[in-house]
Design a protein. Structure first.
Length: 205
């Protein structure tokens, strides 16, 4: 199985999914294939994903932009040099400030090695990331899906995906995490491609 999605394998996954799921096929016919949406590995990206927890992407990105405009490089060292008041001014909640500090300290101490994640399977990536307070299943799944670009990740708990699945599948209400995972079962081993098609629908409508 392909370990990391690229443009070629993404196209391969889309070709498979439009054969097995007519609703995904309708999205691709209307809006085209989804982008790869790859993100760079490292502290800055993981910090942004933490900011994106349970808030809109726009507000998370606004806070991250204020942070990155204020310092030369977004790194664990530079993050720890900022005080709570400065981070609050950028839009970091008290909780997200704490999570950012925990992540920074874990990277500097060697407790977490983001480079080493590339060699681990999906479940062990989750375990490594979830050792840190502030990184739950959704955050770990988004890192797997967007940064490590693993092909078979579906992240339950993502509101945009849930809303997109409701619209695409014409459900009367937003499907639960369990219902989403049951539907995504048919997309294996390309669940991350299915997720991208749903996001593509959500952002296109």
């Amino acid at each position: 199985m392909i370990k990391s999605l690229d443009e070629k394998s993404l196209a391969e996954g889309v070709a498979v999914l439009i054969e097995v799921d007519d609703d995904l096929k309708a999205v691709v016919e209307q809006f085209g294939s989804p982008p790869l949406w790859g993100r760079k590995p490292g502290f800055a990206t993981l910090l942004l994903i933490i900011l994106e927890q349970q808030v809109s992407l726009a507000s998370a990105r606004a806070a991250f932009k204020k942070l990155s405009d204020a310092i030369e490089r977004v790194s664990p060292e530079s993050f720890l040099q900022l005080n709570d008041a400065e981070l609050k001014g950028f839009g970091f909640s008290r909780q997200k400030t704490r999570y950012g500090r925990i992540l920074s300290e874990a990277l500097l101490s060697g407790e977490l090695d983001l480079d080493a994640l590339h060699a681990l399977d999906d479940e062990n990536v989750r375990k490594e990331l979830a050792k840190l307070t502030g990184i739950g299943v959704w955050t770990a799944n988004i890192y797997l899906l967007m940064v490590l670009r693993r092909p078979n990740i579906y992240p339950p708990g993502d509101l945009a995906l849930a809303k997109a699945m409701q619209q695409v599948k014409k459900f009367p209400k937003i499907p639960t995490n369990e219902e989403q995972l049951k539907i995504a079962e048919a997309w294996k081993p390309w669940r991350a491609v299915g997720a991208r098609i749903l996001w593509h629908h959500y952002l296109s409508t």
